[in-house]
Design a protein around this ligand. Structure first.
Ligand code: CAO
Length: 258
């Protein structure tokens, strides 16, 4: 019987200079085995641990029309290129000040909640070496232009595929802007020991009613928040998103933090 079975396919080992899942497929008639290493190995560990978190997802839409206008003005008047992210990250930090449980962790035995003083916001990034979540530290003390500079530095590191270990450590909350690639909605996965994460979808120009019931074009991006239901309830997330939404939709309120 053995002799009737096809011989096992030869195994091609790939030297992983980049994340295995990012390697372009080359037409081949043999299967290929790739070792799980580096960033992908870290992803296996973190994502498996996140399965232990009983989490829920809350979603809403953000009108980013005014923010886009502000970005255009900054570009035209100061030649300052600034994406949507620094504004969002600052608004997240402002909202975390009001709802600090979203910037917490639970200890190993689930007996204590640790409220973090620092707002260390991880940014999910599509990098040369796969998914990485470098961290912008102490966002509570940074202005939007400072966040922009730090984000640009981290994006540059991602392009080279080399991060300082300190850039990848110490995150207390995370934001994933999958919309820069595509997708209208995403259910983000919490990165333990954190207790919440935000995902943003691609912005689209859509019709919406204004206060006079006129239809107006608005730039809309969807936001989803996944939260650990052991320590955070739906009402807290709804209030957190309300603040965030108000500030992102009215950049004056963002600068005044009200
Ligand atoms: N909707 C529509 N356009 C968007 C957008 C969104 N949500 N977010 C960004 N864009 C646009 C930007 O405005 C920019 O266009 P312009 O140059 O015309 O202004 C362009 O997309 C490129 O933006 P960017 O990627 O350079 O900058 P960013 O600060 O918006 O995003 C980063 C940075 C790191 C979040 C992004 O590059 C990235 O890696 N995103 C993927 C995150 C990811 O993989 N998440 C999944 C995690 S789970 O597997």
């Amino acid at each position: 019987l053995e002799s009737l079975e096809a011989p096992p396919p030869p195994v091609q080992k790939l030297a992983p200079t980049t994340s295995p899942s990012r390697v372009q497929s080359v037409p081949s008639d043999t299967d290929r085995v790739e070792p799980i290493k580096g960033f992908q190995k870290a992803m296996v560990k973190t994502m498996t641990e996140s399965l232990n978190i009983p989490h829920f997802v809350y979603a809403d839409e953000l009108k980013i029309t005014r923010l886009s206008e502000l970005r255009k003005i900054l570009k035209a008047s100061h030649n300052q290129s600034i994406s949507f992210m620094p504004f969002l990250i600052k608004a997240v930090s402002n909202a975390l000040q009001r709802y600090p449980v979203l910037n917490s962790s639970i200890d190993d035995r689930c007996e204590n909640v640790i409220y973090h003083a620092r707002h260390n916001i991880g940014v999910a990034m599509d990098t040369k070496v796969g998914l990485a979540v470098p961290v912008i530290k102490d966002v509570q003390n940074l202005g939007i232009l400072e966040i922009n500079e730090e984000l640009k530095r981290l994006i540059q590191s991602g392009k080279q595929g080399v991060f300082k270990p300190s850039d990848l450590a110490g995150g207390t909350f995370a934001v994933s802007n999958i919309g820069s690639i595509g997708g209208t909605y995403m259910k983000p996965v919490i990165l333990p020991p954190q207790v919440a994460i935000i995902a943003i979808g691609t912005s689209q120009l859509l019709p919406r009613y204004d206060e006079n019931r006129n239809i107006v074009p608005e730039e809309i991006a969807n936001i989803s928040v996944a939260a650990d239901h052991r320590v955070i309830d739906g009402a807290t997330v709804a209030n957190f998103v309300k603040i965030l939404k108000k500030q992102v939709e009215n950049p004056y309120l963002l600068f005044l933090n009200i």
